[in-house]
Design a protein around this ligand. Structure first.
Ligand code: NAP
Length: 293
């Protein structure tokens, strides 16, 4: 096995990603780039698995000795009952994105929180006076709420368009292992929240390719964001999104979703390979090249 050429041998160890659909996943690009750089005998493959086939697929993975796998939509919650153990952080979030074979049993964790937090660490030492405003209340918003809780934000506001789903979201944290203190708001309350935000996170798909001219906020709404604030879009294509362009226009700091993707992947690879470090720069470069940045 050379550094730049990946050969499959009789001993090649298997990693992968399960999802449905999974064709769009960028994980094989970044993980195989890291594997090639490390010169190790592994391969990372996409596995399209329908919800009704999840149990059979996971049993099959055990039978053929898969080392570990990533989990994406729609399996992040459904995988939990099929695992022998779930790390506390994944239990708190209620979703697993990384599964590892430990002594022939499956252990689940969630590296999205670590991925979300990685690019934020350099900005403030102390978040205890900071206000986070999160747009959207879906799967990714859960990792963001957990991340903002870990940062110790003074206030966490979640903004959504559906009152019942907002209530369910709020309620879902009540018995969480994390001490989550959040308030939920309808979209029309945004104008009052934006001026208070130190961290404004878009977890909705608004503005994602191909609808690149859309933003969750109007220019007038964004104009009320403090120039000292951080605008963070979980979307990674286009780069930057309209949301981030609006934020940059008013002088705020902009963070795109690529680093979260890279860092959650790097955290997973460290777990599977039991290594202290993996080539994060190579993973990032592989994604940037693939996306044409
Ligand atoms: P999801 O579970 O479907 O949640 C999407 C959320 O956005 C829901 O709360 C939904 O509201 C809201 N939403 C959708 N369209 C909307 C609209 N037109 N107006 C207002 N709200 C709207 O999806 P997800 O898994 O959380 O992913 C969300 C985004 O994050 C995607 O763009 C995804 O690519 C990105 N993401 C990035 C990373 C990364 O590593 N960078 C990781 C995960 C996700 P309702 O609940 O009312 O439907």
């Amino acid at each position: 096995m050379t550094k730049d050429k990946q050969l499959i041998t009789g001993k090649t160890k298997l990693l992968g990603v399960i999802g449905h659909p999974v064709e769009h996943s960028l994980s094989p690009v970044m993980h195989n780039a890291a594997i090639a750089q490390l010169g190790i005998d592994y391969i990372y493959l996409p596995f399209p698995i329908k919800p009704e086939d999840l149990y059979t697929a996971i049993s099959g993975f055990a039978a053929i000795g898969v080392v570990g796998f990533s989990v994406t939509i729609p399996h992040k919650q459904a995988i939990i009952p099929l695992l022998s153990a779930v790390e506390p952080i994944a239990q708190a979030v209620g979703a697993v994105n990384t599964v590892t074979n430990k002594n022939n049993s499956w252990v689940g964790t969630n590296t999205d929180i670590e991925g979300f937090l990685a690019p934020l660490q350099t900005y403030h030492q102390d978040w205890s006076q900071k206000v986070a405003v999160i747009l959207g209340n879906g799967g990714a918003a859960r990792a963001v709420v957990a991340g903002c809780t870990q940062l110790g934000c003074a206030e966490i506001h979640v903004v959504g368009r559906n009152v019942q789903r907002l209530r369910d979201f709020s309620k879902s944290w009540e018995n969480s292992l994390l001490q989550v203190n959040l308030s939920v708001h309808k979209w029309d309350e945004l104008p009052k929240l934006i001026p208070q935000a130190d961290l404004l996170v878009n977890t909705t798909p608004i503005g994602m390719y191909p609808k690149v001219d859309e933003s969750p906020l109007s220019a007038a709404e964004m104009a009320n964001l403090s120039p000292q604030a951080i605008a963070y879009d979980l979307i990674y294509t286009p780069n930057p999104t309209k949301f981030l362009q609006q934020a940059q226009h008013i002088g705020a700091t902009a963070i795109d979703g690529l680093e979260m993707l890279v860092q959650q992947g790097a955290a997973a690879l460290k777990i599977w390979l039991q290594r202290e470090s993996v080539p994060v720069d190579i993973m990032r470069q592989a994604l940037q090249k693939h996306l044409g940045f």
